[in-house]
Design a binder for this molecule. Structure first.
Ligand SMILES: Cc1cc2nc3c(=O)[nH]c(=O)nc-3n(C[C@H](O)[C@H](O)[C@H](O)COP(=O)(O)OP(=O)(O)OC[C@H]3O[C@@H](n4cnc5c(N)ncnc54)[C@H](O)[C@@H]3O)c2cc1C
Length: 322
């Protein structure tokens, strides 16, 4: 790790590595700092990534790291805790970034690709099985759980929609209402038409037998048998680094329910702090791996264009023109 880079990429998931690849191939000096906890880490396989469907999530990232270091980018394991605009313009470093272990580095531009945190419903047993047989995304896991008995844990007004969506993959779906509002008459008719059972009552825990989910236990003591539990997490962007830069965040809502927080950005990944860019789940809660990587690439090109403009200003100033 050097003292200065054109770009420091914070986060080495698919968005960050794709951005870094584009920038290092554009002959920018690039450092990727990565805390090493990509969102899909608990999952055994990565799906819906054309050409790599079924790979282990880590395999894509290991290949990405090898590709960017092959072009001369640096990668360090660590967590960036803060970044500060130095106020300097021109081609001098504009941001000071500090890592948790006390190391620091300067950059002309910062690309934040730190992803999001999935905040799970507070039901005992869910967290331990997250990404295995506690799932949220039918496109990531639906095929693997096709035709199995699935229970959807209701925690908000989108529970009915989630149950209807998973019905595409299994005919054996039960919606446990838990903390979700009562379905209205139309929703009850829809659930019934699709053969989706609706059970009222709160869940008290996940029942596991021989390291497999046997069902969802209710406070009443009843067991709703199933092989996997579907949840709707709240998506949250981590905030220490974001707060240090005073980046704005926004809340996404669906049917009046908080889906999660994100950093708003322009289509090019630009934020309300000049020189700071975002890509992937930190700004798009719904981006899957392929979309996150694509966003990283697109934002990488925008960062390079931004740097080119600054390089041009400097070249003109060198010729006595401003
Ligand atoms: C259980 C599960 C299974 C999934 N399965 C699939 C699937 O099969 N197919 C699919 O397309 N999508 C899947 N997804 C979605 C997928 O995980 C995301 O689309 C993808 O990870 C987003 O990429 P990203 O680069 O934005 O963020 P991430 O992949 O989360 O990468 C962010 C990186 O930044 C690091 N980081 C965070 N903060 C800091 C910091 N301050 N300093 C340094 N580094 C930091 C993190 O440790 C991490 O390595 C799944 C998600 C989950 C939760």
């Amino acid at each position: 790790m050097n003292e200065n880079y054109d770009v420091v990429v914070v986060g080495g998931g698919p968005a960050g590595l794709a951005g870094a690849l584009c920038l290092v191939r554009a002959r920018r000096t690039v450092l990727v700092v990565d805390a090493g906890a990509p969102r899909n880490d608990p999952a055994e396989h990565m799906h819906n990534y054309l050409g790599r469907d079924g790979d282990a999530p880590g395999a894509l990232l290991a290949d990405g790291r090898a590709e960017i270091t092959g072009y001369g980018a640096d990668v360090v394991d660590g967590t960036v805790v803060s970044a500060r605009a130095t106020g300097e313009g021109g081609c001098d470093a504009r941001f000071d970034l500090t890592l948790e272990d006390g190391r620091s580095v300067r950059a002309r531009r910062v690309l934040i690709t730190t992803g999001l945190t999935d905040e799970l419903p507070d039901v005992p047993g869910l967290a331990q099985r997250w990404g295995r047989d506690v799932i949220h995304c039918p496109y990531c896991h639906g095929w693997e759980w096709r035709d199995e008995p699935l229970t959807v844990l209701g925690t908000g007004p989108t529970a009915v929609q989630q149950a209807q969506l998973f019905r595409q993959w299994s005919h054996d779906i039960t919606l446990v209402q838990h903390t979700a509002p009562d379905p209205d008459d139309d929703e009850r008719a829809q659930l019934s038409a699709l053969g989706i059972a609706c059970v009222s009552g709160e869940a008290s825990g996940v029942e596991v037998v021989d390291d497999r989910i046997a069902g969802l236990r209710l406070v009443s003591g009843d067991l709703v048998p199933c092989r996997a539990v579907v949840v709707v997490p709240r998506f949250a962007v981590s905030s220490r680094l974001i707060d240090s830069l005073a980046l704005s965040t926004a809340q996404e809502e669906e049917k009046g329910h908080a889906v999660g927080s994100y950093v708003p950005s322009a289509p090019t990944g630009g934020t309300d702090v000049p020189g700071v860019y975002v890509a992937g789940n930190v700004t798009d809660l719904h981006a899957q791996v392929l979309a996150a990587a694509a966003a990283g690439l697109k934002t990488g090109t925008a960062v390079n264009t931004d740097l080119l403009a600054e390089d041009l200003d400097r070249a003109l100033a060198g010729h006595g023109r401003t």
